[in-house]
Design a protein around this ligand. Sequence first.
Ligand code: SP5
Ligand code: ZN
Length: 341
Amino acid sequence: MKVVYSEDHRLHFPQGELYGGEFVTPFERPSRVEYILRELKKRKMDDLMAPARLDMKPVAKVHDRGFLEFLESAWREWTEAGFRGEIIPTGFAARGMRAKKPNHIDGKVGYYILSMETCITAGTWEAALSSAAVAQTAQKLVSSGASSAFALCRPPGHHAHHDMYGGYCFLNNAAIAAQGFRDAGAKRVAILDVDFHHGNGTQDIFYARNDVLFCSLHGQPEDAFPYFLGYRDEKGTGKGEGFNINYPMPPGAKYDVWGKALKAALGQIKRFKPDALVVSLGVDTFKDDPISFFKLTSEDFRTYGATIAKAKLPTLFVMEGGYAVEAIGINTVNVLDGFLN
Ligand code: SP5
Ligand code: ZN
């Protein structure tokens, strides 16, 4: 399986993440990728490839134009306003207020953000573009006949809405890849999101569409980020009704529970008869993840990789979360290994 990877992910590394009222070193850090690469090498699965230049057409179909312009110019506008720190907003269009885009950068940030732990820095836009290019290059390999590929994306993408960033995500890599599959001729694309967190951004982007089925397994929103989306009764809208399926699970869920949800999701995917499958692969379901509450073991990752393989679909794995950095390599590569063997 080809692994698409770019060093440009390093351009995004904020000094701080707002966590429990403190600034801590971000959980979503560059070393995550290094641990995965090291494990791929160790198992001789490091068939690496650099991304091609990003074709913006699929990006513009899943993201709002004003949002893309905002991300591109945010750092310049922020520093020109005289601000010296990393980008964090102070005000929001909360309930009852007007969701109208302001001119001042501090207000614009509040308009386009969905959670405040995610800072924008000087290199964030370039890193986000490279991450999307990684997903798109891997998608094109699968569209051209490869049975699978791994997009080693960083920063992750699944929390990024049509017009909002947050949850460590800026551009929705999985959505860009799914749109890329459609544009390359796939009639139907399924997205299986196994990251611990609900894929709110991907859900948002495809909520009214019936050509992309979205299934997400995640910590229930009553107790887990992103808190305000991911309930079971969110099933899609208009012609997209029935094409969004959420599997929220309670704190402490082990593989006996999680694996049942996976099988249910794969059953729905099979019924949908997709031409391609995108797996939003977060390994923050691991028992020792510092910010999550599921209890999967390293062996469980191999098991579910093999389960996904049984769908016999052209499959693109897109890296999302996973913050137990010492184990992130083993867990991620276990999924790929289980899928291949
Ligand atoms: C891609 C991805 O996995 N993004 C996750 C973003 C999570 N950001 C908010 C984290 C808040 C965690 N609070 C957990 C309390 C744990 N004791
Ligand atoms: Zn996550």
